[in-house]
Design a protein. Structure first.
Lengths: 114, 111
């Protein structure tokens, strides 16, 4: 079956530095991608999404890059803060009106070092 | 506007017992979902409901049943709990082809 994977399970970054979290996907039919942040004991929280007709999208301190050629997705967090410590998940979906189902990766734990 | 709410927050069951996890959303979303999350793993879809009156199986539906009671509420039932169903259960809702909003989760332990 199709799967979404991550290159690194853990990442430690000095406070104030930029962080990059990577994600590989295998379903070439996927056309919608999301990054979620999950803090300990809480449900996933939406960060940013991108559709397959784009290769870059920016939010507040976050940027998502999509490389469809190599089926790669990345999340860049600028000027990391202690509150950015969490597990980050990428997810993919195939457009299917009314029946969108997300496939999640296993997650990357980001730790911000003070 | 509470978003997605789930009850209970914690539950301990004995093998063979049954229970229903409740989920409600106040965002007028058409689609609702149930996921389970096991340690070191991502979320896996159990069941989903694209709209009121419809439900479909996800990746791991065995041992579970669901009911889309109305547009707001989507419940997950374990008829005969097994230790393999020990997990954190998340409910989510979305409007078609958009981000899913998640509830705080129910932590279930089956002894």
């Amino acid at each position: 079956g199709e799967s979404v994977g991550l290159h690194l399970p853990t990442l430690s970054v000095q406070e104030g530095d930029n962080s990059i979290i990577n994600c590989a996907y295998s379903n070439s039919a996927s056309d919608y991608f999301i990054w979620y942040k999950q803090e300990s004991g809480k449900g996933p929280q939406f960060i940013i999404d991108i559709r397959s007709n784009m290769d870059k999208r920016q939010g507040q301190r976050v940027t998502v890059l999509l490389n469809k050629t190599v089926k790669h997705l990345s999340l860049q967090i600028a000027a990391t803060q202690p509150g950015d410590s969490a597990v980050y998940f990428c997810a993919e979906a195939v457009r299917n009106f009314g029946n969108e189902k997300l496939t999640f990766g296993t997650g990357t734990r980001l730790t911000i070092i003070p | 506007n509470a978003g997605v709410t789930q009850t209970p927050k914690f539950q301990v069951l004995k093998t063979g017992q049954s229970m229903t996890l409740q989920c409600a959303q106040d965002m007028n979303h058409n689609s609702m979902y149930w996921y389970r999350q096991d340690p070191g793993m991502g979320l896996r879809l159990i069941y989903y409901s694209a709209s009121e009156g419809t439900t479909d199986k996800g990746e791991v539906p065995n041992g579970y049943n669901v009911s889309r009671l109305n547009k707001r509420e989507f419940s997950l039932r374990l008829e005969s709990a097994a230790p393999s169903q020990t997990s954190v259960y998340f409910c989510a809702s979305s409007e078609f082809y958009n981000e899913q909003f998640f509830g705080p989760g129910t932590r279930l332990t089956v002894l």
